[in-house]
Design a binder for this molecule. Structure first.
Ligand code: SF4
Length: 522
């Protein structure tokens, strides 16, 4: 670690004390280091060397996202690919332990699913109840049709108060709306206060995971980003040092911001309350410190009563991080004396999704990220390879509802193993909906011509037993005799990262005929 004072330290921006990796104040009563970052508390095997961070999918307007190409680049960075896989699998294991730790787990899942089903089936009633309760509490309520409407409304609120700086906590809804970029274009300074989200903001990237936005980065990447943007020591990649540096540089913004904005985990209809769950307390700070307070709420976040929180709070943190509850569960109900509070209720395609027979239950999602952590495609390709606000299994369902052409490739980025459905705390039939999207996209010709042709050919072969058996026989023979370069050609995407299986001596069908159909058996 460099002894020289960094120029930003000389300005008092980064406290030199936090540079000490053995800071005793960072220890708990048992003498162990305190864990800061959510979900990364397990010491992930530190890669021995550094490697450049792979970037996400290339966005070319509305052209279909090439998730496979971005995944290939992610996999070509072995240290990142291994760390990402290990980190998320660790979350999956913690989720399993936490879920198995309470006998009523399946009952809670069923209850949560039914509460959401009921609420979504009566959404108009609950939205009106929520609005009336919020207004009675002194909250200003706004309705936004889409992302652009949301951004305009928030900008109007800020302009009415002459606000130029806004601190915000993590909100996937605002990511959907392109909020940060819009506001920066309007001259409003936005500061993300969640650690992972701040890392992504400083690196000019979108979040790659709904709970752990910078899950695809190694601590070397974070050290590089912070050194470049906050002036920290580029050689110090200690997670505590990095987290503390971020906190210290963000705190002055929170104390001086003109306005604060949070997302919403649950909106309670009977009380008009917005509930946020964080592990850093940054939603409390973003919401409570500035005098102007705004909460952006997706209309699907409604639950009828406060007692229902007892179900959702128990499943959310366990599913997301394997912890019994998040460190902070904040209830925002009305403005404090001398402050103003606004709710912006956002549709942005949700009402249309509610009308989609096969996909409407995706609105039950509580954004826990469990389906991502368990998905082998997500874990090995990184969230940014999807080129969309929502990555992983739930993203494959939601993203095409925003733009069918652009996200037409995503429902094919799944092995269909059903693990996502098994872990989903609100029992969304995720893999079945992914399959349903494939059918819709094929029927609407939203898949590449080559794939269409291959699927047609495969359909023709699979529907004729004799043709199928002949094709299998020919493929087995070819595998035995063809030279390697002919089998592992660019058309064989399966062979890019895998060895093809050895051709069996005999097909199952031939074996069955020989051993089970003797003597006239059919
Ligand atoms: S679909 Fe289910 S598992 Fe996936 S993020 Fe939503 S609630 Fe969690």
């Amino acid at each position: 670690m460099s002894e020289e004072l960094h120029p930003r330290e000389a300005e008092g921006i980064v406290n030199p004390v936090v540079r000490a990796p053995d800071d005793e104040s960072e220890r708990g009563q048992d003498g162990r280091r305190l864990d800061h970052a959510e979900g990364t508390s397990k010491p992930i095997k530190a890669p021995a060397q550094r490697e450049p961070q792979p970037r996400g999918a290339k966005i070319r307007g509305d052209r279909p996202i090439d998730q496979g190409e971005a995944a290939e680049r992610f996999l070509a960075a072995p240290l990142h690919a291994a760390a990402h896989d290990e980190r998320l699998w660790d979350l999956r294991r913690k989720r399993d332990t936490a879920a198995h730790g309470i006998p009523e787990w399946e009952e809670l899942r069923e209850l949560a699913s039914q509460i959401k089903q009921h609420t979504l089936s009566n959404l108009d009633t609950y939205l009106e109840q929520f609005e009336a309760a919020a207004r009675a509490n002194g909250v200003h309520v706004h309705w936004a049709r889409d992302g652009a409407d949301h951004n305009r409304i928030v900008l109007g609120i800020l302009r009415d108060h002459g606000a130029r700086t806004l601190v915000k906590s993590k909100s996937m809804l605002t990511e959907e709306c392109g909020f940060r970029h819009f506001m920066e274009g309007e001259g409003v300074e936005i500061i993300e206060t969640d650690l992972g989200e701040r890392i992504q903001q400083l690196d000019n990237e979108e979040p790659s995971h709904v709970v752990v936005p910078a899950a695809h980065k190694t601590r070397f990447d974070v050290a590089e980003v912070f050194a470049r943007t906050l002036g920290t020591d580029p050689d110090n990649d200690d997670a505590h040092y990095l987290a503390e540096s971020q906190r210290e540089t963000t705190r002055p913004y929170i104390l001086n911001a003109d306005a604060g904005l949070t997302g919403c985990n649950f909106a309670v209809a009977e009380t008009g309350t917005v509930v946020t769950c964080t592990n850093e307390g940054n939603a409390d700070l973003s919401g409570n410190v500035p005098k102007l307070q705004i909460h952006s709420i997706g209309i699907e976040k409604l639950i009828p009563r406060v007692e229902h929180l007892g179900v959702f709070l128990r499943i959310l943190a366990r599913s997301a991080l394997g912890s019994p509850i998040t460190q902070y569960t904040s209830h925002f109900r009305g403005p404090r004396a001398g402050t103003e509070m606004h709710y912006v209720l956002v549709d942005n395609g949700r009402a249309a999704r509610l009308g989609m027979e096969e996909f409407w239950t995706s609105l039950k999602c509580i954004r826990c990220g469990a389906c991502m952590n368990t998905c082998p495609v997500y874990r090995r390709s990184g969230g940014l390879s999807y080129g969309a606000t929502y990555a992983g299994p739930i993203g494959l369902i939601i993203d095409p509802t925003f733009n069918k052409r652009k996200y037409s490739t995503l429902p094919f980025s799944s092995t269909m193993n059903g693990s996502c459905t098994n872990v989903c705390p609100v029992k969304i039939n995720i893999h079945e909906q992914i399959f349903a999207w494939r059918k819709v996209l094929a029927e609407e010709h939203q898949i590449p011509m080559l794939k269409q042709g291959m699927m047609k050919a495969a359909g023709a072969v699979l529907s004729r037993p004799a043709a199928y058996r002949a094709a299998i026989g020919a493929a087995d023979s070819a595998l035995k005799v063809l030279p390697r370069f002919a089998v592992y050609n660019p058309l064989n995407t399966w062979g890019k990262k895998r060895e093809m299986p050895d051709a069996p001596r005999q097909s199952f069908h031939a074996w069955y005929r020989e051993n089970r159909m003797k003597g006239g058996a059919k």
